[in-house]
Design a protein around this ligand. Structure first.
Ligand SMILES: Cc1cc2nc3c(=O)[nH]c(=O)nc-3n(C[C@H](O)[C@H](O)[C@H](O)COP(=O)(O)O)c2cc1C
Length: 269
């Protein structure tokens, strides 16, 4: 049952996790079952007993991964954060970790109440980080009321994390249309069928909406870009690169926008 690590990063990566005293390595547990599913097979009563047991492999307080010592030094950083992001993104892809483009986007409503969810990064360049969503969703409405967002790449298997703070804005309609056209037909219809984040009476209602649209736009016809769907670009003001190190003395280097350029700061771990 000991953890198996897929796609362990190469030595040159300077990242990785060693010395786990728990089984949940790289999101896998034993016989190829995602650990969440494994956990769900434990009955509630069993789970309660095991969680109270300090030797339990399910006790989060006892989970302590030790990170490799290779660090992140100021002189290793690229002059601009986009190039640094590109290097680390390439490392994350090379490590084989699942969905390296998955990122947690946090927004806050007009009263400052936060909410978070995972989305997929679909483009990045010197203009920022782009994901696609429904503008009428909770996140879409919150961004319309308050453009300040936080984006987090949780690359646990390689002991890295990137946090981007910035302002969100809609991408141009042509950029949305170009990406929409590149999506599989089913995803195009899905985006059109779902009034994301609104309450719906049943699954059947969603499936019926999809079926109606599939009949209306048969193979060979063009599916219109939903008016309330499109890209959001997060234009960064700060980007923190976090590298896990031994004894919890991690490296945290942060690019802060400074006029036309960037200032680099080191933060205590
Ligand atoms: C791995 C993963 C990727 C996702 N990618 C997207 C995405 O790119 N765009 C999106 O709108 N929702 C995506 N979702 C769903 C969101 O997490 C969320 O449920 C949805 O956007 C509604 O969020 P909201 O109600 O907070 O606006 C993804 C979920 C997961 C787990």
């Amino acid at each position: 049952m000991s953890g198996t690590r897929r796609g362990r990063p190469g030595k040159g990566l300077g990242a990785g996790v060693t010395g786990h005293n728990h089984r949940f390595v790289a999101g896998r547990c034993g016989a190829d079952a995602p650990w969440v599913l494994q956990d769900e097979r434990v009955s509630d009563a069993h789970r309660a007993v095991r969680a109270a047991d300090p030797d339990s492999p399910l006790d989060p307080a006892a989970m302590r991964a030790q990170y490799r010592t290779a660090g992140l030094a100021e002189e290793d950083l690229a002059a601009d954060p986009y190039e640094q992001f590109a290097r680390w993104f390439a490392d994350a892809v090379a490590s084989g970790l699942h969905e390296p483009n998955a990122m947690v986007v946090s927004t806050a409503d007009a009263e400052g109440r936060p909410s978070s969810r995972t989305v997929l990064l679909k483009a990045f360049d010197a203009r920022g980080f782009v994901f696609f969503t429904n503008y009428g969703s909770r996140k879409g409405l919150e961004i319309a009321a308050n453009p300040y967002v936080s984006v987090l790449f949780p690359w646990h298997p390689i002991a890295r994390q990137i946090i981007v703070a910035g302002r969100a804005k809609r991408v141009a309609a042509e950029e949305t249309a170009a990406y929409f056209r590149s999506r599989p037909r089913g995803s195009q219809l899905g985006a059109l069928a779902s009034d994301q984040s609104t309450v719906v009476a049943s699954r059947a209602e969603i499936d019926a909406a999809y079926a109606r649209l599939a009949a209306r736009y048969p193979e060979g016809t063009e599916i219109p870009v939903p008016t309330e769907w499109g890209g959001i670009r997060v234009v960064p003001e700060r980007l923190e690169f976090w590298q896990g190190r031994e004894h919890r003395l991690h490296d945290r280097l942060r690019y802060v926008r400074d006029g036309e350029g960037w200032r680099i700061e080191r933060l205590c771990p």
